[in-house]
Design a protein around this ligand. Structure first.
Ligand SMILES: O=C(O)[C@H](O)[C@H](O)COP(=O)(O)O
Ligand SMILES: [Mg+2]
Length: 308
């Protein structure tokens, strides 16, 4: 638990903050952007970190896109030069989990996807056959007699569920029917209950997982996203020279991003108030989550307050 939380609100503190770390791991939604809006001075801050020879990586619980698709999202926001290898998404973490931590045989066991293309593409990249997901036939109105998805496919051995911004009753009913099969495993990409937008907050992946879990009577599924250390293990496997004490996690949620950094033994955590959390969470501790050692109104404050 951080003994005290330092606000990045002046040049001296920002300089000390930057000198304390060699690597910055950035959450995306609520830190870099909010929905389709790039947050202020994000590009400038990332450029400053590169100029200071800092390592910059991205760790997002948003499973809607594959890492490859995320490189295009970065570029569309004008954040150039970000490679797939610098992005760690919960869809990627879930593919790692399915490949290395389950007994599924990707040569014959299929996966039913509740979610978007990111999950499908990352699971397919590690060799799994996926059904459901973005199949356009799921956009047809729910009709028990007409649906092509029931009865369930006996080769499906797992449901992987993530954020679906095109959620509908057809998708819920078919996924529910797979979850009613006791032998079918159940895995969640992440647990974020809300999804930051601009200006409105939205229901997140975790709320959709809760709906599926409650309706099917299943136990809570394993979570592959932050704060699970699966993604951090993948980061340190890909970049073995990183020193945990010289890494800082930058996020907008206490129960995912900041917990992820603290549990992972990272040297620092910066909470930005441009996403889900508001300043009250730093004084009203009834949430029960550990606090970061730094906070800022927004990431762009690092650039705005920095001076040579
Ligand atoms: O509901 C969700 O899936 C999350 O709110 C969202 O995708 C979080 O993404 P992150 O803030 O980890 O980039
Ligand atoms: Mg976020």
């Amino acid at each position: 638990m951080a003994s005290s939380v330092t606000k990045l609100d002046n040049t001296k503190i920002v300089a000390e903050f930057l000198n304390s770390f060699d690597t910055f791991l950035f959450d995306c939604d609520g830190v870099l952007w909010s929905g389709t809006h790039l947050l202020p001075n994000v590009i400038e801050t990332l450029d400053l970190l590169k100029k200071l020879n800092k390592k910059v990586l991205f760790v997002t619980n948003n499973s809607t896109k594959s890492r490859e698709e995320y490189t295009k999202k970065f570029s569309n926001f004008g954040i150039e030069g970000i490679t797939k290898e610098e992005i760690f998404s919960s869809s990627f973490a879930t593919a790692i989990y399915m490949k290395n931590f389950t007994n599924l045989d990707s040569s014959k066991d299929k996966i039913w996807v509740f979610g978007e293309s990111g999950i499908e593409k990352e699971l397919q990249e590690v060799g799994f056959t996926t059904i459901g997901g973005t199949d356009p036939r799921l956009n047809e109105p729910w009709d028990q007699q007409a649906t092509p998805f029931l009865p369930v496919d006996p080769e499906v051995k797992c449901v992987v569920a993530g954020l679906d911004q095109s959620i509908n009753f057809h998708k819920l009913c078919v996924t529910f029917n797979y979850l009613k099969v006791p032998e079918v495993q159940y895995v969640a990409t992440n647990i974020d209950t809300t999804f930051p937008g601009k200006p409105y907050l939205q229901p997140g992946c975790g709320s959709m997982i809760n709906l599926l879990t409650t309706s099917s009577g299943r136990e809570e599924p394993p979570n592959c996203g932050k704060p699970s250390q699966l993604m951090l293990d993948a980061v340190f496997k890909a970049y073995p020279d990183l020193k945990r004490e010289r890494c800082c996690m930058v996020g907008d949620r206490l129960n995912t991003d900041i917990k992820f950094g603290i549990d992972g033994g990272l040297g620092g955590q910066l909470l930005v108030l441009s996403g889900v959390e508001k300043a009250e969470c730093l004084t009203d501790l009834s949430h029960g989550f550990e606090l970061p050692n730094f906070f800022a109104e927004k990431l762009g404050d690092v650039y705005e307050l920095y001076s040579e």
